[in-house]
Design a protein around this ligand. Sequence first.
Ligand code: PEP
Ligand code: MN
Length: 364
Amino acid sequence: MKLHLHIEDKANWLSKKVPCIIAGPCSVESEEQVFQTVQEIAKSGKVSIIRGGIWKPRTRPNAFEGVGEKGLKWLKQAGLTVGLPIATEVANAEHVEACLKNNIDILWIGARTTVNPFSVQEIADALKGVDIPVFIKNPITPDINLWVGALERINAVGITKLAAIHRGFSSFEKSIYRNAPMWEIPIELKLMCPEIPIFCDPSHISGDKDLIPLVAQKALDLEMDGLMIESHINPLVAKSDAEQQLNPSELINLLNQLIIREKNSQSEDFINQLEQLRAVIDELDGELINKFASRMNIIEKIGTYKSQNNVTILQVERWEKILKNRSFLAKKVGLSDEFIKKMLELIHQESIRVQTNIMNKPKN
Ligand code: PEP
Ligand code: MN
């Protein structure tokens, strides 16, 4: 599905610096904290936008919920002293009004708001007739339609300076990430709407500052337009997200280490080699598809036998044996266990679907 948004070309309004770096504290805590952080991070010369949270959506009550409207003045002032635009999160119409009153340059909608169409619509209504860039974080649940829906609602009131921020997704599964990146989702968004700038927020994906460089580099290698990274003058005493905030010198080190790879190479040798390798991939994919078709034919035959003999579709022992054996085979050839398990699960789901159709066919 293609997404039809009326978006202004990013070259007209986004910083020319590539990648576009948005950095600043998770929360604005005090005038000095914002001022010092902003002064230090601006020294890198690589930051294009300053971020800072004023109203903090906390998962559990009784945590620090932000300094409120007075923080907007500190943030704006800090931005002015270094000549950079500032961005903050809005979650309702009141926040939007306060931001507009204080000349905030860019607004973003947080993950807990994108998930709720009522809130997004309230923000959209408050933005009618206003020309301000709005960044929309992905919803906490891995549902691309909620993300797209929020972009459409904000775009529908005339906001054309739009961007998306990928900050990962909540998951019950244990993982090294605070929020599972599920890279396929922002990639799908890019396919649906290639003109929309997409930033990555490696801070909220990682939840731990040691993981940030890896996630940030991956985002750039997936051709994301920029990064939103949390930085605090002294993360040890940060009132929110302390574990994932970088101090300004850590941020600058990270920015200096990031590798900006080219989209393409002009080298003829490279182009030839790539073409040859891609031809092999095309052939292998053709073979894989034929093999899947042969496998499905057998599955259909088995389904027919089972149906004729009144035997159930799912046999847990057989499925367990397959998983164990294929995992062993995959390991021998250096394939990741997770990949093989996911692939088998997909194949198994499809086999069950095919056999269910056979079972449900009326018998002659
Ligand atoms: C934040 O940026 O500090 C924040 C609350 O982010 P998210 O909406 O991604 O959780
Ligand atoms: Mn945060």
